[in-house]
Design a protein around this ligand. Structure first.
Ligand code: GLY
Length: 395
């Protein structure tokens, strides 16, 4: 870390200008650092754009552990972030607090809800067990096939594309500069820096790898970054009037009602590949998972269909923190299904580390060198343990 001194500005280079990179850039720029954001593409045009914007720790985590704590911390930052971004940029990020409904439509769903309810109540989280009648009172358009449900009043949502715009703008207002060009190499000899595709070299006090699915392909890093792209396809409908106010999920899909009239449905979880393609099969799978919850969708036209890449590590946990060997090199990548939720907390944690301030959270579980001790097989098992069925849509 570096302690800012009067008259001396920390120079920070952030590779990747998605939600994670912009959030880090914003944090350190506001603290007085001189920041350069670098992206090979239009900033925030990949996972940050493709996401559905669920802020859903209680639907996404499978147990009370360090990962859940990180997700909860991420969630807790949203109310103030939304207010700050509105004041700084005039952009309303569409933070909505109606909460999420997790539906059980099968016997198997019901069993998993019981387990989830138990560990969440024990962990002191807000969770309410609902009868099918309760569910229909809250959301009368939902299927009559609900067997049981959980109301997660604190699992909220945000319009992630507006969040992209707001974080980019906020970072820029704080002085961060954007270079739209690929990074050819990270330079670790004679100080830290990067060489751009054009050949230009930039030197700084800190380089942060926040390039999502592309992080593993960056040359010059002191270790392999096992981040692989997991494609997902999503759909949008435009029901009028909007039939839902809550985010609604099952183990096979989710629905996110937006203020602009779009009802977003997600998502496939496909085999790792850099090809984010929309397919008929994907469309059928997502629309089936959506119509199972909201039968009116069976006859409603799909208005948009897109695909994106989730940056995934072998254990499906993010990589957060400093490189143990190379001074000034930091990682903030591999956020998989939770990049929107974790963007603000990642900005704060990594930003604090860069500035030499205690991050205030234990990042041991997210260390970059944890993979060295795993066998490949172990990693795969750990990675898939969180849901057990990676091949299908899952919450
Ligand atoms: N967070 C939802 C998804 O990755 O599909």
């Amino acid at each position: 870390g570096f302690r800012p001194r009067r008259g001396w500005r920390v120079r920070v280079i952030v590779v990747g200008a998605g939600l994670i990179g912009c959030s880090i850039a914003r944090f350190v720029a506001r603290a007085g650092a001189e920041v350069t954001l670098i992206d090979r593409d239009e900033p925030g045009r990949h996972a940050s754009w493709a996401a559905a914007g669920m802020l859903a720790p209680q639907a996404e985590a499978d147990a009370s552990n360090d990962f859940l704590s990180l997700l909860l911390k991420g969630r807790s930052l949203y109310p103030s972030l939304a207010a700050e971004l509105l004041a700084e940029t005039g952009i309303d990020i569409g933070y909505r607090t109606e909460g999420s409904l997790l539906l059980a439509l099968t016997g198997e769903d019901e069993e998993s809800l019981v387990g989830r309810y138990k560990w969440q109540v024990q962990g002191g989280l807000a969770v309410e067990s609902l009868t099918p009648e309760d569910v229909l009172r809250l959301e009368p358009s939902l299927t009559r096939s609900v067997r049981a449900a959980l109301l997660l009043p604190d699992d909220h949502q945000v319009e992630n594309r507006l969040l992209n715009a707001a974080l980019q703008q906020s970072a820029a207002v704080a002085g961060a500069e954007l270079i739209q060009e690929p990074v050819a190499e990270v330079l670790t000899e004679r100080g830290i820096g990067v060489r751009l595709a054009s050949g230009e070299e930039l030197r700084g006090d800190a380089v942060v790898i926040a390039a999502g699915s592309w992080s593993g392909g960056i040359r010059g890093l002191p270790r392999a970054l096992p981040v692989e792209p997991v494609p997902g396809q999503l759909l949008a409908y435009r029901p009028d009037p909007m039939p839902l106010s809550h985010v609604v999920t099952t183990h096979r899909g989710y629905l996110v009602p937006r203020r602009d009239g779009r009802l977003i449905a997600g998502a496939t979880v496909e085999d790792p590949s850099f090809e984010a393609r929309t397919t008929e099969e994907g469309k059928e799978q997502v629309s089936a998972g959506a119509a199972e919850m909201l039968p009116m969708l069976r006859t409603l036209q799909v208005r948009e269909h897109w695909a994106g890449l989730r940056p995934a590590t072998p254990d499906r946990l993010p990589i957060l923190g400093a490189d143990p060997d190379v001074r000034g090199l930091f990682y903030a990548t591999g956020h998989y299904r939770n990049g929107v939720l974790l963007a603000p907390v990642t900005g704060e944690l990594i930003g604090r580390l860069i500035l030499g301030v205690a991050p205030g959270s234990d990042l041991t579980s997210f260390r970059v060198d944890r993979f060295a001790t795993h066998s490949a097989q172990q990693s795969v098992e750990n990675g898939f343990r969180w849901k057990g069925r990676p091949e299908i849509n899952s919450v």
